[in-house]
Write a protein that binds this ligand. Structure first.
Ligand SMILES: [Zn+2]
Ligand SMILES: [Zn+2]
Length: 122
């Protein structure tokens, strides 16, 4: 889902997001990868961190390395929710998987056009 600023609280970028990243120790709570880790995903989806030597090796194998930029996702799927218990730090890969599950669930329950509003919002 593309990031839409209007779907997020006004202090999301400056306050909420940094606070959650800090709370979670700047790593993905699902797979444990660190903020700005550099490397690639192996066949099993495990992130392999690369130093210069490893990067050169990977490139020779046709594997491209990239940097992890963590994002903060909503476990309740209401992007306006600011309840810290509903927020968790995830890497792009885990975030996509998380959103995908939500989209599939929405389709199942035909909630596609109605916006879910979290009851735990403060
Ligand atoms: Zn992850
Ligand atoms: Zn919530």
């Amino acid at each position: 889902m593309p990031f839409k600023a209007t779907n997020y609280p006004p202090n999301w970028r400056d306050e909420i997001r940094p606070a959650i990243l800090k709370r979670d120790g700047y790593k993905c709570l699902v797979c444990g990868v660190h903020q700005r880790a550099f490397g690639y995903r192996d066949k099993n989806g495990t992130f392999v961190e690369c130093d210069d030597h490893m990067t050169r090796w990977a490139n020779q194998q046709g594997i491209s390395c990239f940097t992890i930029y963590l994002s903060v996702g909503h476990t309740c799927h209401d992007t306006l929710c600011v309840n810290p218990y509903h927020l968790k730090t995830m890497c792009p890969r885990c975030h996509n998987a998380h959103d995908l599950q939500n989209r599939l669930a929405n389709r199942k329950y035909k909630l596609k056009n109605s916006r879910y509003v979290c009851s735990g919002r403060k």
